[in-house]
Design a protein around this ligand. Structure first.
Ligand code: GEK
Length: 328
């Protein structure tokens, strides 16, 4: 058993999550199945080859660029950078690790800035980040004082990106920030355990959005807080767009409600105190190709003649953040 798996088992045991703990070996085996993901051994090797780092280091998890200051010699830095690049494309960040800046596709810090002022204080809370990508927001949650952060995401590439960042963060903060390479389906039913649950950028990928909302609610303890971020369209309580095969070049995009319709859905699912805390059009400054994500990005997915539309002719991406509570 490797160290990150051992840490995960220990954390679940310490937290009293025994029912889930019993399923972890199977979930890790499925999530990191080499037969399913051909590139996985290369990512695993890249993380394993990161050199041991000096104990003296400072992690800044509450900074817009999640940073770890640690003294590296030039050749060690080059070695680390080459290994980190093997995990590209890096989509969610930014990070600065031992003097290496990872300029990710997304300025995920901008999303955090939009929602952070509206959150119940995360200090001492147990937090779940559903579809957390590389774990950037998970580190920010730890930086805001959460006592236990679990990031879940079914992409094994993001699992290894998280483990690479974790290697730099070191012991001080790793015991409370964890990543399980599974989708929301793998969370045991009716857990009622987390104080705050984040679902950001996931709802529009779910073919049954109300089922997703019910599942998120079941993860929360009574009185817990849901932070939901998703693509929306303009309109009233009855407006929902179901695009065709692709939306902004993405496959598997299903329901894009208006933020008012989404509030209505949340109320119908039994959430209280539902409020829209932010709504904004996604800009090509927030999501763009970089040296660490060299594929096409948002600018390529918009209509070149009219950037208010996607290239399929739908309204360009607009995202809302909605906060709601599970009744006490
Ligand atoms: N069934 C599933 N269960 C959980 N996660 C899933 C599932 N299916 C896909 N994902 C994951 O959901 C994430 C959606 S990105 C949001 C990242 C971050 N939250 C962000 O807000 O920047 C979308 C965006 O770019 O906004 C991806 O990492 C998928 O692997």
């Amino acid at each position: 058993m490797n160290n990150s798996h051992r840490d995960l088992y220990r954390a679940f045991l310490d937290q009293g999550l025994e029912t889930w703990l019993a399923r972890l070996p199977e979930q890790l085996a499925q999530g990191l199945d080499r037969k399913r993901y051909g590139d996985l051994p290369a990512w695993e090797k890249a993380v394993a080859k990161l050199p041991p780092l000096p104990k003296e280091r400072e992690a800044y998890l509450d900074a817009d660029t999640v940073s770890v200051e640690v003294a590296l010699g030039d050749s060690q830095r080059r070695q680390c950078e080459n290994l980190l690049r093997k995990l590209a494309p890096w989509r969610k960040g930014p990070y600065r690790l031992g003097g290496i800046t990872i300029d990710t596709e997304w300025r995920s810090d901008w999303k955090w800035q939009r929602l952070a002022p509206h959150l119940a204080d995360l200090a001492g809370r147990r937090v779940l980040d559903v579809g957390g990508g590389s774990g950037y927001h998970g580190w920010r949650m730890a930086g805001a004082g959460a006592s236990f952060v679990l990031v879940i995401d079914p992409s094994p590439r993001f699992y290894y990106q998280f483990q690479a960042v974790r290697h730099f963060v070191g012991d001080r903060d790793t015991h409370r920030t964890h990543f399980l390479p599974v989708g929301i389906e793998a969370v045991p039913d009716d857990l009622q355990w987390f104080d705050t649950v984040f679902s950001m950028g996931v709802l529009y990928h779910r073919p049954s959005p109300l089922e997703h909302l019910h599942k998120l609610k079941a993860c929360l303890r009574p009185g817990g807080e849901l932070v939901l971020e998703t693509l929306v369209v303009e309109g009233d309580e009855t407006t929902v767009l179901l695009p065709g095969e692709r939306y902004a070049a993405m496959p598997n995009v299903y329901f894009l409600p208006s933020s008012r319709a989404l509030c209505h859905w949340l109320e119908r699912c039994g959430f209280d105190d539902v409020r829209v805390v932010d709504e904004a059009i996604t800009t090509t400054e927030e999501q763009r190709a970089t040296d660490w994500m060299t594929f096409q990005s948002l600018a390529d997915f918009l209509d070149p003649e009219d950037p208010t539309k996607t290239r399929e002719g739908y309204p360009a991406p607009r995202r809302a953040v909605i906060i709601a509570n599970r009744p006490s």
